[in-house]
Design a protein around this ligand. Structure first.
Ligand code: 5CA
Ligand code: ZN
Length: 406
């Protein structure tokens, strides 16, 4: 699938350090060191109610990571999916009387425009799940053949215990959660722990047999149906990159069950870990609760830009929050972004002077993508009175993605 046009990223002198990122399973900062190429998979949108500022914040975090890898001298392969067939999308389509394909297509197009206006580096491979059905069917068939999947009626489930016996993965490897917590989260986040006939209530569906009124595809031995959620990201990642990936990313609402079972599926299919590092972005709230499509408490990027807000001010507003913290979008957050953009643009027009900021910007961002610290480096220079040093504007454009002069 087509992605979107990428921003111009100036090449900077020398190389920055490799970034260290917080790794969910080991609960520590880990150097995101590529084996050869940096392989990044970030979980993409389910295309309805795009693009809210929570999505934007998460994709901005991994945009920053791509910028740092490139600046450190590595080539990057970046893959992102679109979950263009899933229960919530189908429910929304039914509720609004729109064909699910039209709903998905319009929201993906909106998302592309928003990502482009925010200057987010596009993935090299942008895949809708519906483009990969045969590959997913093949993977599920292999799991059935190796005894790691079983059927309940017309549905096929992942056997977590069998996978743990046959692969480097075990339930809890990625999320490090206890069973009681997993059971609660499974019920809240798309799992079906109450379905009778499963070997373990936590086992996730790999292939959902056809239901009346739902879209379905030929599944070979599996029968007509559609893919489960976690197998989609496992297969798309494997089809376009070597595993273990350098980094698997997404918001922290995906720690369990999504990334746990994505890891389980990949390990069962390849005998290898899905990723060397699992990174999770914090969740953006609005009016006291997580900004989410299901709650409807959304601020959309397109609403702000449509009202005339400069996308660079939105970018600066988001960068002022550490990617890993949960935080709340307010008018004050946006106003601070707008004020910072004005102050920086005025500074950029002053005569060139001062000490270059490049090393300090690189060091700040390499410490777990500390964008607030990087903004503070520029703020200090702006307050000091002199203009930017030679190379500062290129450094800000390459590392923070904000272009201050034409
Ligand atoms: N299609 C799946 C992933 S395979 C999905 O979670 N789609 S989504 O549209 O719900 O979310 C897209 C991305 O934005 C995911 O990485 C998710 O973790 C992240 N996200 C969703 N809500 C928020 C939020 N309020 N704040 C930050 N990130 C969020
Ligand atoms: Zn995913």
């Amino acid at each position: 699938m087509r992605s979107w046009n990428g921003p111009e990223v100036p090449r900077l002198p020398g190389h920055g350090p490799l970034p260290r990122l917080w790794d969910t399973p080991s609960r520590s900062l880990v150097e995101a060191r590529p084996l050869a190429i940096a392989n990044l998979y970030v979980c993409g949108i389910t295309p309805y109610d795009a693009t809210h500022l929570g999505h934007a914040a998460t994709y901005l975090a991994y945009d920053t990571l791509v910028r740092l890898w490139r600046d450190a001298g590595y080539d990057v392969t970046y893959v992102q999916n679109v979950t263009d067939v899933d229960d919530p999308l189908l429910e929304r389509a039914t509720a609004t009387g729109v064909d699910w394909r039209d709903l998905a297509a319009s929201q993906i197009e909106l998302f592309r425009g928003d990502m482009q206006s925010l200057g987010i580096i596009p993935p090299d491979h942008y895949l809708a799940v519906t483009e990969l059905i045969p590959s997913i069917v093949g993977a599920v068939e292999r799991l059935v053949e190796s005894g790691i999947a079983y059927t309940v009626g017309t549905d096929v489930y992942f056997d977590s215990a069998a996978a743990a016996a046959a692969s480097p993965w075990h339930l809890g490897q990625e999320s490090r959660l206890d069973r009681d917590t997993m059971l609660v989260l499974s019920a809240e986040r798309g799992g079906d722990p109450g379905t009778p006939g499963k070997r373990d209530p936590l086992d996730p569906v790999l292939w959902r047999g056809e239901r009346p009124g739902e879209p379905s595809w030929p599944g070979g031995d599996l029968g007509q149906g559609r893919p489960g959620w976690h197998i989609e990201c496992s297969v798309i990642a494997q089809d376009f990159m070597d595993v273990p990936l350098t980094v698997q990313g997404g918001g922290h609402d995906l720690v369990f069950p999504h990334h746990e079972f994505t890891a389980g599926h990949t390990a069962a299919l390849t005998g290898r870990d899905h990723a060397a590092l699992y990174s999770h972005a914090g969740l953006v709230a609005y009016r006291g609760e997580k900004m989410s499509k299901s709650l409807g408490n959304l601020v959309l990027v397109s609403q702000l830009t449509g009202a005339g807000v400069d996308p660079r001010a939105i970018r600066l507003a988001l960068l002022a929050q550490h990617y890993r913290s949960d935080w709340e979008w307010t008018d004050a957050v946006l106003d601070a972004g707008i004020a910072r953009l004005h102050a920086w643009a005025e500074w950029a027009s002053r005569p060139s002077a001062g000490t270059p900021l490049l090393t300090d910007l690189r060091d700040a961002l390499a410490r777990d993508l500390d964008a607030p610290a990087a903004l503070a480096v520029v703020d200090a220079a702006v307050l000091a009175g002199a203009g930017p040093a030679t190379g500062d504007l290129a450094a800000i454009q390459a590392l923070l993605g904000v272009r201050l002069v034409e």
